[in-house]
Design a protein. Structure first.
Length: 93
């Protein structure tokens, strides 16, 4: 059975002209969905602690054994956030 469940917290930012990058953490296994959902909590905490302008986070269940958590950062913040949080991959948002 194939299914996709998406949950996004999207709040527009004032930084509309800046390129946005989606940083992604992959989770695999029977507990992937719960782990991705929990990881999003920590991403939100990081955004609050660092006072980042972009506050787009979410998680997506790709199938019963693979889920992702993600956050969207501006181009200006990407290097610092990437080096600190070590995402598995990234893509343009």
């Amino acid at each position: 059975m194939s299914f996709v469940v998406k949950k996004h917290n999207f709040v527009p930012t004032n930084n509309i002209m800046s390129r946005q990058i989606k940083l992604i953490w992959d989770f695999r296994g029977a507990t992937a969905a719960k782990t991705a959902e929990h990881h999003e909590i920590h991403l939100k905490e990081y955004i609050d602690a660092e006072k980042l302008a972009s506050n787009i986070t979410g998680f997506t269940i790709l199938n019963e054994m693979h889920a992702i958590a993600f956050m969207v950062v501006t181009d200006e913040n990407m290097i610092a956030v990437r080096d600190r949080l070590k995402p598995h991959r990234g893509e343009l948002f």
